[in-house]
Design a protein around this ligand. Structure first.
Ligand code: NAD
Ligand code: DAU
Length: 352
């Protein structure tokens, strides 16, 4: 049994689907179903007893303690977070509450539970914290990629809140001996990605005939990793990572945003051409830049490859084609998410 937090979101739901495709070990999914949480992502598990969904917050110490006592998981994987940089700029409060205070309360409940386990279970237990490359700040054009020893220099309220949570996780290992692992990953893309983020937003807007907004000059660089590769890396770290260590996870796929958008437009031109014959890139528009916009992220993922033998399976070219095809095949999912209809479905199903 493992407890996964935030598993109704983009990466967490992919993680649960992959986990249960490969193992019969039951998953308890604790998710507060914020705007980003969507149980439709897990609709294929509706009658699957190996998935136990609990609506609630990682900040609810009593609920977490009760779940741990009842289910006795051998591991906790923490995906739960506010994840969107632009939202953190408009309103940082939720990011402080969930990413910092919530992680703290979760750690406290886990520490109490772990402290009470028998010696064998105590030694086998793991707390894996899922974090981001954004904690390292921004790189110059010629700087080497982030390694695990790069200093923390977060620049947005989002990345600062994730950095704080990483520090708490580290402190719980050094102070209390809690068996923790931390992963810092680059930009994910793939199925079930909420269309507030660049790649799904561009696909959605392109098909809807809307403008494709490029912040600033579009030359900001991100490293892109197909979400299933992130999931396999987390499984590997959970299985064999050294306690107290952090592992960078990345795709070796640095791309300027404008190139990513051009690639998406070109794939859509092939798979779903515009009725008027014009290319989708005609919909590109330049808009005001994100305040404090980090210029470049790049991940050096050699430690996880060297120590744990993990490498991404997808190239950007193969992953991005699969992703566009998934959005074309799942337009009802996108329509529900963007119309808010999925919230009504939640209300019906869970009274949320
Ligand atoms: P997401 O926004 O799609 O999903 C977050 C999930 O957490 C949602 O289901 C939401 O309902 C849930 N949640 C929010 N607050 C909660 C709370 N207080 N208690 C319980 N559940 C809560 O995010 P994502 O993109 O899937 O990211 C998951 C994790 O991975 C985050 O910690 C994020 O920082 C990290 N990460 C994301 C990326 C990326 O590219 N998306 C890259 C590296 C790391
Ligand atoms: O690097 C990992 C991080 O990647 C994760 O920790 C975050 O949770 C995740 O949201 C993502 O953050 P980014 O800010 O890099 O992702 P986003 O999709 O919001 O933006 C990607 C780039 O595209 C960024 O440089 C901003 C730009 N952008 C974004 C949007 C939404 C645009 O130019 N136009 C847009 O409309």
């Amino acid at each position: 049994m493992i407890l996964i937090t935030g598993a109704a979101g983009f990466i967490g739901s992919n993680f649960v689907l992959d986990w249960l495709a490969q193992s019969d070990e039951t998953v308890i999914n604790l998710d507060d179903l914020t705007y980003a949480g969507n149980l439709e992502n897990l609709a294929s598990l509706k009658n699957d007893a190996r998935h136990i969904f609990v609506k609630g917050s990682i900040g609810d110490a009593e609920l977490v303690a009760q779940l741990l006592a009842e289910h006795q998981p051998r591991a906790v994987v923490n995906f739960a977070a506010e994840s969107h940089v632009d939202r953190s700029i408009h309103g940082p409060e939720d990011f402080i509450q969930t990413n910092i205070v919530g992680t703290f309360r979760l750690l406290e409940a886990v520490r109490a539970y772990w402290g009470g386990l028998a010696d064998d279970a105590k030694a086998a237990f793991r707390f894996l914290h899922v974090s981001t490359d954004e904690v390292y700040g921004s790189l110059g054009q010629d700087d080497p990629a982030f390694t695990e020893t790069h200093r923390y220099e977060p620049n947005s309220p989002y990345s600062a809140s994730k950095a704080a949570s990483d520090h708490l996780v580290r402190a719980y290992h050094h102070t209390y001996g809690l068996p923790v692992l931390t992963t810092n990953c680059s930009n994910n893309y793939g199925p079930y990605h909420f269309p507030e983020k660049l790649i799904p937003l561009v696909i959605h807007n392109a098909l809807a005939g809307k403008l494709l907004p490029i912040y600033g000059d579009g030359q900001q660089i991100r490293d892109w990793l197909y979400v299933k590769d992130h999931c396999s890396a987390i499984r590997r770290v959970l299985e064999a990572g050294r306690l107290g260590e952090t592992y960078n996870i990345g795709g070796w796929n640095e791309k300027p945003n404008l190139d990513v958008v051009h690639t998406l437009c070109a794939i859509l031109d092939q798979l779903s051409p515009r009725a008027d014959g014009l290319p989708y890139k005609a919909q590109i528009t330049y808009v005001k830049d994100r305040p404090g916009h980090d210029r470049r992220y790049a991940i050096d993922a050699s430690k996880i490859e060297r120590e744990l033998g993990w490498k991404p399976a997808e190239t950007f070219e193969s992953g991005i084609k699969k992703t566009v095809q998934w959005y074309l095949d799942n337009q009802a999912w996108v329509a529900n998410v963007t119309s808010g209809a999925y919230r009504e479905w939640l209300g019906k199903q869970y009274g949320a």
